[in-house]
Design a binder for this molecule. Structure first.
Ligand code: SAH
Length: 310
């Protein structure tokens, strides 16, 4: 995971890098820094990289991502797989990035319930529920392996909402899922509702249950062990791997910037460098009884089987 920029045009009520948070120190990695991080991934035998950042749009941004995708393909002799997570874009932009070589996309629906969605987002043209939903269809149409997910333990969220979220993911026939506990951030509007939240530990347990149930519902999709789990429990991600998750995304953002990609409080590993994460995670994954698929893209089996008509 390369968190390449925290500059964002959106104003989501839960997120620490929302546009209106003037406390956030903004950064934007240079293309060279991003390519160096990807080179580190390649040389470390990681099979693929995720480029994630704040949500921007427009020709310059589109071109930048296209060039980065091509650059990563080039430096790795087409070996590194590429997942993008840069928000809602037009179908044409999704197609362009797919043609450049990206093959997976993460776009969380955040909540599949329209009313809850609007309680955690502004009601304006850049935060339309229908637009986010349409973006998921457009990504599928463009040929990507589709990843979505939700936050768990949001204020106003009920167990019925979460059950519907799981059914939503099943109905959308997703290939990948990333979901984790909501963690409040003091410089965001949702902070005022912190009194409504269930204790962190309960949110954590609920997130594990969501992962376990989704694994039963969708046996061959990729389920990521969200970083937010580790913000609550030091071995949170390992617990998720044991219970149904099969994907872990080590942070390879250069250390100097990590502290500024603060989506929520207490984000782990912000004082480390990419090499530290590699050693640390290797031990952690082995401890959880799993094997690391080095040099593999780690594509979703669900996607492959769907397309072979199995
Ligand atoms: N710009 C990209 C990536 C956003 S950040 C996009 O629009 O998809 C990645 C994810 O972090 C978000 O989708 C959201 O689910 C999660 N996130 C943001 N704030 C959070 C918080 N306070 N607690 C837990 N997760 C949060």
């Amino acid at each position: 995971m390369i968190e390449f920029s925290n500059i964002c045009s959106k104003d989501c009520y839960y997120c620490g890098i929302r546009k209106s948070n003037h406390q956030a120190k903004r950064y934007n990695l240079s293309d060279e820094e991003i390519l160096n991080a990807a080179r580190f991934a390649y040389e470390s035998n990681y099979g693929s990289v995720v480029l994630q950042g704040g949500e921007l749009s427009g020709p310059a941004f589109t071109k930048r991502i296209t060039n980065l995708v091509k650059g990563i393909k080039q430096l790795s002799g087409d070996k590194l797989g590429i997942t993008l997570s840069v928000g809602e874009q037009t179908p044409e932009v999704y197609r362009q990035w797919f043609e450049a070589g990206a093959h997976r996309y993460l776009l969380r629906i955040e909540s599949s319930d329209r009313d809850l969605y609007y309680r955690i987002h502004p009601q304006d043209d850049s935060h339309r529920f229908d637009q986010r939903l349409q973006a998921l269809y457009d990504l599928k149409e463009a040929g990507y392996q589709l990843g979505t997910g939700v936050m768990i333990g949001l204020p106003f969220q009920t167990l019925e909402h979460l059950a519907s979220d799981l059914l939503f993911m099943k109905a959308l026939d997703i290939d990948m899922c990333g979901m984790g506990p909501y963690i409040e951030h003091a410089d965001t509007p949702l902070w005022q509702y912190r009194g409504l939240l269930m204790p962190l530990e309960e949110r954590f347990n609920l997130a594990l249950k969501m992962i376990a149930v989704l694994r039963i519902m969708m046996k061959n999709i990729n389920i990521a062990s969200a970083t937010a789990l580790q913000a609550i429990d030091p071995i949170g991600r390992e617990k998720a791997l044991k219970i149904g998750a099969n994907i872990i995304m080590p942070n390879i953002t250069p250390g100097a910037y990590r502290n500024d990609y603060k989506l929520y409080e207490n984000k782990p590993c912000t004082d480390e460098e990419a090499a530290d994460c590699k050693n640390c995670l290797e031990a952690r994954i082995h401890m959880s009884g799993n094997r690391i698929g080095y040099n593999e893209w780690g594509d979703s089996i669900h996607f492959k089987e769907k397309n072979q008509g199995c």
